[in-house]
Design a protein around this ligand. Structure first.
Ligand code: C2E
Ligand code: MG
Ligand code: MG
Length: 332
């Protein structure tokens, strides 16, 4: 009771990892070391989610641990073997339905042709620090793509790449930004870096210094998934960004008179007052598009227009058919 009261009235969070039978056998003999590893794993999982949580290391978590260990074992080899592939999803003007740009998204094609999506491996990459290596690879792929478009006589459209929380803090990533710009003759504003607002938590000044530096190099900055976590208007006001992407959870939660709608309206209006263009993410239906349009969002992205597709298909389907002039036809 006392701890309940403390937890309710303070900023203290309670996390706990526990172990239950996971092998299904009646007689289990875990060594102390094994139990500790499992409990620490459960604790780490508990800490990934906000709020007060107890996580049990059970059969399901055991399976997840094995999968994550496998990802960790395979990732470097996969990078060397070129298994991380560049997919692109269109960004569209909701008023004209013309193509405005694209977002680069990674797909892991494992041996045997099985695909793994980022949701399954990014958490492991983040934990191990491998995510900045992957981000570096994706940036190089995008630089090469823009270069090849130009070589084929296609006028490049702006492309965004995703960055993990720590990526911009890596010196090697900054060097790759310089190299890509020069080596692939990228024009200013052609590549946008999609950052997460958590990159600035507790480090707003340093984060802004880094953003300033890469903006001076000719990259644009977008804030991804705004409104998904502990979004702060302070971060929005202070970070020097060129675009705001509104998390798709807003569209999922919206009904005619919902609070989500009111919040969404307010965010878009605030961004407009700050002169920051907005992108509405997760547009799946014509109603979503209409909502984005009526709120004044500058750009829309989602399955309504297209799912992410391999870069070569994107080139054939959109770039060779007009690039920025390409107009999406939406069937009712
Ligand atoms: P994100 O950057 O917010 O990307 C948008 C995600 O939403 C993509 O998932 C995309 O496939 C999905 N999506 C787009 N439109 C719709 C829609 O209409 N409905 C639904 N339900 N989903 C839609 P994906 O490709 O699985 O990527 C998930 C996340 O993984 C990304 O979210 C991004 O945070 C991360 N990610 C992807 N590629 C990279 C990368 O190269 N580096 C880093 N650091 N993170 C990446
Ligand atoms: Mg993104
Ligand atoms: Mg997003």
């Amino acid at each position: 009771k006392v701890s309940e009261k403390i937890l309710k009235n303070s900023q203290v969070s309670f996390y706990c990892g526990a172990i239950v039978s996971y092998s299904g056998s009646k007689e289990e003999n875990y060594s102390l070391e094994q139990m500790l590893t499992h409990v620490m794993y459960a604790l780490a999982k508990a800490k990934e989610y906000p709020g007060n949580k107890i996580w049990f290391f059970d059969a399901e978590l055991h399976k997840k641990e094995l999968q994550e260990n496998n990802v960790e074992l395979q990732m470097q080899r996969a990078l060397n073997m070129g298994e991380f592939e560049l997919y692109l999803q269109p960004k569209v003007d909701p008023l004209t339905r013309c193509l405005k740009g694209a977002e680069a998204l990674v797909r892991w094609r494992m041996p045997g042709g099985v695909f793994m999506s980022p949701g399954e491996f990014m958490p492991v990459f983040e934990r191990t620090g491998f995510s900045s290596r992957l981000d570096q690879h994706m940036l190089q792929e995008v630089g090469r793509l823009l270069y090849n478009w130009r070589k084929q006589g296609l006028k490049p459209i702006p492309v965004s790449v995703n960055l993990s929380r720590r990526t911009l803090y890596e010196e090697s990533y900054i060097r790759t930004l310089e190299w890509v710009k020069e080596n692939y003759q990228i024009d200013d504003g052609e590549i946008t870096l999609e950052i997460l607002e958590s990159m600035a938590f507790g480090n707003l000044i340093k984060a802004n210094e880094l953003l300033e530096k890469v903006k001076n190099m000719g990259y644009l900055i977008s804030m991804d998934d705004f409104g998904s976590g502990y979004s702060s208007l302070n971060v929005l006001a202070k970070l020097k960004i060129d675009e705001l992407k509104i998390d798709q959870a807003f569209l999922r939660g919206i009904t005619a008179d919902s609070r989500e709608k009111l919040i969404l309206e307010t965010i878009v209006r605030l961004a407009k007052d700050l002169n920051i263009p907005t992108v509405v993410e997760g547009v799946e239906t014509a109603d979503h598009e209409e909502l984005g349009r009526s709120l004044g969002c500058d750009c829309a992205q989602g399955f309504l227009y297209s799912k992410p597709m391999p870069a070569e298909d994107f080139t054939d389907q959109f770039m060779k058919k007009g690039g920025c002039q390409y107009k999406f036809q939406i069937s009712k």
